[in-house]
Design a protein. Structure first.
Length: 183
């Protein structure tokens, strides 16, 4: 696993064996950031179910202003911290060690909004729709913002949740990226 582009391009990241994370493949990650394009520059990025932190690190490397990473597995948080220090990007990131639902509520209370929200929950657990509902209730997506959900091709995702509408889907082998925005 490596950083594909930006200021820390080529840097290898840690992904310990046995950790229950499923890092996004380099192919999927590269496609994701090609789709996002220049929207990442100066964006506030929220990474839900952050795992190893690779998506946030890629976002910061490509010009995101800041990333908030949400993860509740202590072993994964340790890896995120190591990867941020390894890349020297730790000043541009904040790690929230709590459940996604609690983090969204906390960010909402602080009136924080994000230009891009990425979520990569465990596959086939039905977590994306409730997460979209919390994001909608918490009003943490900035005006004109984008939500990207990574899932298994076997996951069934809603066409809409609250004010969010699915407008694009891309498949990469067994992985699907679903793009939502406010309608």
């Amino acid at each position: 696993m490596r950083v594909i582009a930006g200021v820390v391009k080529g840097r290898r990241l840690k992904a310990p064996k046995g950790l229950k994370t499923r890092p996004t493949s380099d192919r999927t990650k590269e496609s994701l950031f090609n789709i996002i394009g220049s929207r990442i520059v100066n964006a506030k990025f929220l990474d839900l179910y952050a795992g190893t932190g690779a998506i946030s690190i890629e976002a910061i490397s490509r010009g995101a202003e800041r990333s908030v990473l949400v993860e509740n597995d202590p072993r994964a948080i340790k890896v995120i911290r190591e990867n941020l220090q390894l890349t020297g990007l730790d000043d541009y990131a904040e790690i929230l060690s709590q459940s996604v639902e609690s983090a969204i509520k906390s960010l909402s209370v602080k009136d924080m909004t994000f230009d891009i929200i990425f979520m990569d929950p465990p596959y086939l657990k039905g977590l994306i729709e409730p997460c979209l509902t919390e994001i909608n209730k918490g009003k943490v997506l900035a005006s004109g913002g984008l939500i990207i959900a990574e899932s298994s091709k076997l996951d069934v995702l809603p066409e809409s949740v609250g004010s969010f509408r699915l407008f694009r889907k891309e498949k990469y082998g067994d992985t699907v990226l679903s793009f939502y925005q406010e309608s």
